[in-house]
Design a protein around this ligand. Structure first.
Ligand code: UTP
Length: 287
């Protein structure tokens, strides 16, 4: 069965990106000329997703507006003959069906996924983190959906990181089953590099099945008062197969200031109108 629905948890405070993320959701901060979350939604749409379920919070309503039509703006662009922009705004306004669900308190990513799951029903769905931007073709989430279609199991995306970096991620312990695919036996959240079972870091793309949702419902709040998605997945992996796979494309954590700058420069240099000017500027700066 093709996956049609995707949950985008965007209800966090984005503390790593303050002060920029105080009044503007960090997912709406642009990489060159598009908000980070638009890249993520476009990736999902390229993989066949037609419904985006945003798990939002107070102060995040601009996110819905971004994917809605603005008839006033369209009329303004039309009256001034700005045809290309008009077409672009119409495309954006009809890119995906939007459903919003509120997470009333920031009680963790697992809790946010549970709120989104209520709008899905009894079927598998994709989860994409709105600040985890992956640039590449074919779409990364499509690779996970393929593996889910072949196995019926939940899937997490992983990438290899250095031993030092693994302390910032969920980490997978598993056995390889084919090139770039592991059967997961255990998951450890932010391990100490000396204790990490591998250098495979879980990043923000998942296929969640009803079984994982059930495990999340049974997952207690941790000491910080949050329900961790990693913990729900760990419990699911202990009862039934769960897979991890690598994905095509380059990944940037747009919620991290340095990675945000890397993404901005990388995408800026590739931009058809801005790339050349930016390259010259960087060459002058570095000369
Ligand atoms: P992060 O930890 O990256 O986001 O959570 P954050 O909490 O917003 O940011 P920092 O770490 O304080 O800078 C991963 C994703 O999960 C969402 C966030 O919006 C982000 O997209 N999230 C997190 C929720 O929707 N609800 C939560 O309670 C926690």
């Amino acid at each position: 069965m093709n996956l049609r629905r995707a949950v985008f948890p965007v209800a966090g405070f984005g503390t790593r990106f303050l002060p920029a993320s105080k009044a503007i959701p960090k997912e709406l901060i642009p990489l060159v000329d598009k908000p980070a979350v638009q890249y993520v939604v476009e990736e999902a749409v390229a993989a066949g997703i037609d419904t985006a379920i945003f798990v939002t919070a107070e102060g995040k309503s601009a996110l819905e507006d971004h994917f809605d039509r603005s008839l006033r703006l369209e009329a303004f662009l039309e009256a001034r003959g700005k045809v290309a922009l008009l077409e672009e705004m119409r495309r954006l306004g009809s890119l995906v069906e939007v459903v919003t669900v509120r997470q009333k308190e920031a009680l963790g990513l697992g809790h946010a996924v549970l709120q989104g799951a209520r709008a899905v029903g009894d079927e598998a769905f994709a989860v994409l983190l709105g600040d985890d931007v992956i640039i590449g073709h074919p779409p990364a989430i499509g690779r996970l959906a393929q593996l889910h279609a072949a196995t019926g199991a939940p899937v997490v995306a992983v990438m290899e990181v250095s031993r030092e970096e693994i302390r910032h991620y969920g980490c997978v312990a598993g056995e390889p089953v084919e090139e770039g695919v592991w059967r997961v036996h255990d998951l450890v959240e932010k391990p100490h590099p000396d204790e990490a079972p591998s250098n495979l870091a879980v990043i923000g793309r998942y296929i969640i099945t009803p079984q994982v949702v059930q495990e999340l419902k049974d997952t207690p709040f941790d000491r910080g008062g949050e329900i961790q998605l990693t913990e729900g997945l760990r419990r699911a992996a202990q009862r039934a197969p769960l897979y991890a796979c690598t994905f095509p494309g380059e990944r940037f954590d747009a919620g991290n200031k340095l990675d945000f700058l890397r993404a901005t420069v990388t995408l800026g240099l590739r931009h058809p109108e801005l790339g050349e000017g930016l390259r010259r500027h960087l060459e002058e700066l570095l000369a």
